[in-house]
Ligand binder design. Structure first.
Ligand code: SF4
Ligand code: SF4
Length: 234
């Protein structure tokens, strides 16, 4: 199940490096680098196939921290009145990923981080990635931001993240979806920390392996990890 995802990651890395080299030769800038982590408090959506890659690499202690984070995600999902509040609270209250080393700013599980962590690159300085950056801008600053984004190569014209690198990761999702259908006859997608925790739960994975979507949902519910905003099975 994890082989197609790992092959997808390898192919993504090759394509992204080639794209980034061409982009930089043409004068494009990538502001991401080691120790930069303002994006590590964003919500992340993954397939169960991807979550398995991370789950299998974690120690029990890391898995416990991921589960504690997943329970904060669940609390936010149950109480946030809408998606905007959900995202804002995720960044400010649920907080940074437990796999982040706050001292160094590095990802402690860089080799098994999910697609979204691999394809998020900024064409503007990291201060624009910080939680609350947009809310703190005046109207004039927001207009300036939009002008800057519109004239910066590589963005989608709306946000400062580099759009072609995000698109390059779509084959990883397609490969994960195909592998889940072939192996289990169902697909499961959801929040990164919730899915990673469920991927280590035998009761959940047994139902998934049987292709029993309802049974898998019941197992997630029994574990206190089921909510439509963070888990989709079907
Ligand atoms: S996306 Fe933003 S916060 Fe994340 S590494 Fe790049 S510049 Fe830093
Ligand atoms: S897995 Fe790594 S890169 Fe992704 S959010 Fe967590 S610490 Fe950041």
């Amino acid at each position: 199940m994890t082989d197609p995802v790992q092959r997808g990651y390898a192919a993504y890395t090759r394509r992204a490096q080639a794209w980034t080299a061409r982009y930089q030769e043409r004068g494009g800038r990538v502001f991401c680098g080691a120790g930069c982590f303002a994006c590590c408090n964003m919500p992340i959506r993954v397939s169960l196939a991807e979550a398995l890659v991370t789950a299998q690499a974690l120690t029990d202690e890391e898995a416990a921290r991921v589960e504690a984070h997943a329970r904060k995600v669940l609390h936010n999902a149950r109480t946030a009145p809408d998606e905007n509040v959900y995202v804002e609270r995720h960044r400010t209250e649920v907080g940074f990923c437990p796999l982040l080393d706050r001292e160094s700013g590095g990802c402690t599980r860089y080799d098994v981080r999910p697609t979204r962590c691999r394809d998020t690159f900024s064409a503007l300085p990291a201060r624009y990635c910080e939680a609350g950056a947009w809310e703190a801008m005046t109207r004039r600053e927001r207009e300036g931001y939009h002008r800057e984004v519109a004239r910066t190569p590589g963005t989608d014209g709306e946000l400062h993240f580099i759009a072609p690198l995000e698109h390059l990761s779509e084959p990883v999702w397609a490969a994960a979806a195909k592998a889940m259908r072939a192996e289990w006859g169902l697909e499961a997608w959801g929040d990164f920390w919730v899915m990673t925790t469920l991927a280590r739960r035998a009761a959940f994975m047994e139902q998934v392996a049987r292709g029993d979507a309802r049974g898998a949902w019941r197992a997630a519910k029994a574990a206190g990890l089921a909510h439509a905003a963070v888990l989709e099975i079907g």
